[in-house]
Design a protein around this ligand. Structure first.
Ligand code: NAP
Ligand code: MG
Length: 501
């Protein structure tokens, strides 16, 4: 398979003619060769996006017309025959999860933002107020050319979360997918144009983050940059965006606490802990990686976690029976193993995992897979409890009181998500209100509502995606104030200078 950059409504070679491979991490095989974008391609993509915004039809269409097109994109994604398989092969995610979560949620994202485009009034007339007589109108306008930079863990869904709100609000976009997983973002661009999106509105240019990502974040032609990825790169994006004072939307790392209270049903709670932590081999920014367990149930719950983790089935991501596939690459698995070595130094050997799994089906690359790994009795200040590992590794820490659980949960630079597992709804809700996290799940995890905001407290990010909050972040506000006697041309403006009053 050979894929090119998507610029100005068509697939194009990179200016340099360079190509790079993308791999199926489960087998280590190359599945496609892709044009590698460089600085000239950034310029071409930005020129196309700029032209589409400054002179094209998209920002000038009515919100209802834009909504109709977003729904057409959603329909085409929904009926796409091999989108889920493409995503599973490129990212190593299991086809089961991608079919029931990633694809339907990507489709739902386009529909949700179509609804928001249609139902958010473009102009609001403020009610008359004699302290500011005259007519005061607040308009919502698109921001301009947006840049989206996304990671490799949920490539299609992250593309949808960047593309749908930006275009729904009338902006144009240059999207840079991660080099490890560019295929579904390119496919999305093709689908969108087949549905009728005008050329230049969505451009997709896979290329190295240090080159393409940095050029986008710093370009004076870009009016807003939205980034999902590591906190380290998020800091860099802010720096690069500052000379041109671009708004930034940052969805960064996490080290989310999952609090298990002594009144929880232990079986259910054990399932929730594994689900929170090990989806996509732990490569989710909102993963519940710091498990805080009330002391009276600590030993019993830990034992259950070990038993249940051992029963998870490893396999080919394309096999619908696989619970767990590989990490996104061998390098990611090495990175996890390095953190496990740090953990062994800090707290001793894990109580399960800490190795590549045995007995994988023929043809799979064992070194890309890693067992669910549990470290017990971990001091919350240990590196493995503070640093984002982005793999199937959890720390388990005991607490005595609810106050202590809250203090431990909040003792982190991150604040993306948190959770409370409990049989007492009132107690769980009281704790949820005290947690410093953008999303808190009670007796659940990864339960996204496409109408609700998603994003982080503290160093997990700036701003929110999804819902009307996400939509509004792709708009800017304009106040048009009309003189009370606008119709009488002779009426002087209110002024305190000279003879104007
Ligand atoms: P990353 O370096 O932050 O990469 C995310 C995206 O940013 C990729 O498209 C990457 O491009 C690009 N990028 C890299 N350096 C850049 C730069 N200097 N300027 C602009 N863009 C740049 O993440 P990673 O290294 O792949 O993953 C490592 C860590 O990221 C994980 O351990 C985890 O903490 C975090 N992460 C978080 C999320 C999340 O959803 N919040 C998702 C994935 C990863 P290329 O990769 O193509 O070069
Ligand atoms: Mg790949």
């Amino acid at each position: 398979m050979r894929t090119r950059l998507f610029i100005d409504g068509q697939f194009q070679e990179a200016a340099s003619g360079e190509i790079f491979p993308t791999r199926d991490p489960a087998r280590l095989t190359e599945i496609a060769h892709i044009s590698r974008a460089g600085l000239e391609d950034v310029d071409r993509a930005l020129a196309a996006a700029r032209h589409a915004f400054d002179h094209g039809p998209w920002p000038r269409m009515s919100p209802a017309e834009r909504a109709e097109l977003l729904r057409a994109i959603a329909d085409r994604l929904e009926s796409h025959p091999d989108l889920a398989e493409l995503e599973a092969r490129d990212s190593g995610g299991t086809i089961r999860r991608i079919s029931v979560m990633d694809v339907p949620w990507a489709v739902g994202t386009f529909r949700a933002f179509a609804d928001l485009a249609e139902h958010t009034p473009e102009e609001v007339d403020l009610p008359f107020d004699e302290r500011a007589p005259g007519r005061h109108v607040v308009r919502r306008e698109p921001i301009g050319v947006c840049a989206g930079i996304i990671p490799w863990n949920f490539p299609l869904l992250m593309a949808a979360w960047k593309v749908a709100p930006a275009i729904a609000a009338g902006n144009t976009l240059v999207l840079k997918p991660a080099c490890m997983t560019p295929l579904t973002a390119l496919e999305l661009a093709d689908v969108a144009h087949r549905a009728g999106l005008p050329p230049g509105v969505l451009n997709v240019i896979p290329g190295p983050g240090e080159v393409v990502g940095e050029a986008l974040a710093s370009s004076p032609l870009v009016d807003k940059v939205a980034f999902t990825g590591s906190t380290a790169v998020g800091r860099r994006i802010m720096e690069l965006a500052s000379p041109t004072v671009k708004p930034v939307l940052l969805e960064l790392g996490g080290k989310s606490a999952n609090i298990v209270l002594d009144d929880a049903d232990l079986d259910v709670a054990a399932g929730a802990v594994l689900w929170a932590a090990f989806i996509h081999a732990g490569q989710a920014c909102e993963a519940g990686t710091r498990v805080l367990v009330q002391r009276s149930i600590f030993e019993e719950l830990t034992q259950l976690l070990v038993e249940r983790a051992a029963a998870l089935r490893f396999g080919d991501p394309l096999d619908p029976d696989s619970d767990l596939g590989p990490l996104a690459s061998r390098d990611r698995a090495k990175h996890v193993a390095a953190y496990v070595a740090i953990g062994v130094g800090e707290v001793g050997p894990p109580i399960c995992g800490g190795a590549h799994p045995d007995g994988l089906p023929e043809g799979l690359d064992r070194e890309a897979f890693y067992l669910p790994t549990i470290f017990k009795d971990v001091d919350n200040r240990a590196r493995i409890a503070q640093e984002e590992i982005f793999g199937p590794v959890i720390t388990v820490t005991a607490f005595d009181t609810d106050d202590e659980a809250v203090a431990l949960a909040n003792d982190t630079i991150y604040g993306l998500a948190a959770g409370v597992q409990s049989g007492d709804v009132g107690r769980a809700r009281a704790i949820a209100r005290r947690l410093q996290a953008g999303t808190v799940w009670i007796n659940d995890w990864h339960a996204f509502d496409l109408r609700a905001p998603f994003g982080g407290y503290k160093q997990s990010g700036i701003g929110r995606e999804l819902g009307r909050w996400g939509f509004e972040s792709y708009q800017q506000l304009k106040h048009i104030g009309e003189n009370p006697a606008l119709e009488q041309a002779s009426h002087p403006p209110l002024a305190v200078l000279g003879n104007a009053v």
